[in-house]
Design a protein around this ligand. Structure first.
Ligand code: DAH
Length: 360
């Protein structure tokens, strides 16, 4: 039989030479496993005389501990090396540029929302938001459209079901962004200057209508805001948005329950060979509804109409996107056709801003 010293030297060498976890495990079993060499020595202690057993027991235990410690140290070293190797082989250069052919594009509606947000932000308008599932009070009543008002029919509203027996008025999918006026005024009072871009829903479907579309609401309330301010803001917006040196707007008297007086606004344009030009020509294209916010609307939102007044407007985002980027069919906006998206989409990293240019 080997002396304990040779035994120890042999096992420590085997541990050091073990190249991986399973080789190391074999060494452990050979030495310290149930049938291992050291375990066999320990089992022999019982047959020794008491004096001899005491000395041998201590020596065996020391040997066992030493081999055990060597096994643990080697196991930890192997695990570290394996991790190092993984980190090295799975290393990824996150600073590499993307692959341009696989890049997605920004949808024209998102692009136009970013553009108009940049333009109105420059004029001091913050962005306000409201829910798409709206109570009929916010969508209608607070906007001076009581239950019997004919405007309710014109909105082709989607109603949400109530549980049977629940007789409260049903919620609706908001038919316009105007309810955000109410929410914004209730939230922050006057003075206030906000736009509210977002989705709206009406039961309608043809070449120029889809059941879901986008509007942007504008609201400016202060002590002495007038239609003149409205006119300037809208002209400034159209000039910046359509990226032309000048535009001409026409205010046509109209009626909305939530504004008094009300006006629809047309922009001067020309159609030549299917090509639309904004700012010149002898045609007019309607782009939005607007007016001075009705005192009842202010009151419903908790703003004192004797102290505050201002204008509001609502504009179709899809419509102005079609006009600006020459997109003929509204329905294609929501088809998710990759060829269409690649053609009409915008580069993801070009955020519109007034200094750098809107649509580059
Ligand atoms: N909410 C109207 C619609 O969806 C648009 C509108 C008209 C909004 C006049 C306004 C406004 O804020 O003053 O048809």
């Amino acid at each position: 039989m080997d002396t304990l010293d040779t035994l120890k030297a042999r096992y420590l060498a085997a541990v050091a030479a073990a190249a991986d976890e399973s080789a190391l495990e074999e060494v452990r079993v050979a030495a310290l496993g149930k049938k291992g060499e050291i375990s066999a020595l320990m089992a022999g202690l019982g047959k020794m005389a008491p004096e001899e057993r005491k000395a041998a027991g201590a020596a065996f235990n020391a040997l066992k501990d030493e081999i055990d410690a060597a096994l643990r140290a080697r196991r930890a070293a192997l695990a570290d090396a394996a991790l190092e190797e993984r980190l090295r082989s799975e290393w990824l250069d996150v600073t590499l540029p993307g692959r341009p052919r696989r890049q997605g594009t920004i949808h024209p509606v998102s692009q136009v929302m970013d553009e108009l947000t940049a333009i109105f932000a420059d004029m001091g308008f913050a962005v306000a938001e409201g829910p798409q599932v709206e109570s009929d009070w916010f969508n209608f009543d607070a906007l001076n459209i009581p239950p019997e008002h004919p405007a309710r029919q014109e909105h082709d509203t989607f109603f949400l079901h109530r549980a049977p027996g629940d007789n409260r008025p049903p919620h609706v999918l908001r038919t316009h962004t105007s309810p955000v006026q109410i929410r914004a005024m209730m939230g922050q009072g006057a003075p206030i200057r906000v736009i509210a871009p977002g989705r709206v829903y009406r039961m309608d479907m043809d070449q120029t209508h889809t059941p879901m579309f986008h509007q942007v609401e504008g609201l400016a309330i202060d002590r002495d805001i007038s239609m003149a301010n409205l006119k300037w803001v809208l002209e400034e917006f159209c000039r910046a948005f359509f990226e032309v040196p000048s535009v001409e707007l026409r205010f046509r008297a109209s009626h909305f329950p939530f504004t008094e007086p009300s006006a629809e606004v047309d922009i001067r344009c020309s159609w030549q060979g299917g090509q639309l030009k904004i700012g010149e020509g002898d045609k007019w294209m309607e782009i939005l509804g607007s007016g001075m916010v009705h005192p009842r609307v202010l009151a419903a939102a908790g703003v004192d109409p004797d102290q505050w007044q201002g204008f509001a407007f609502g504009m179709g985002i899809d419509r102005i996107a079609m006009l600006k980027y020459g997109i003929p069919d509204l329905r294609a906006f929501f088809d998710s056709d990759l060829r269409w998206l690649r053609h009409y989409g915008f580069a993801a990293l070009d955020m519109p801003d007034l200094a750098g240019g809107l649509s580059r």
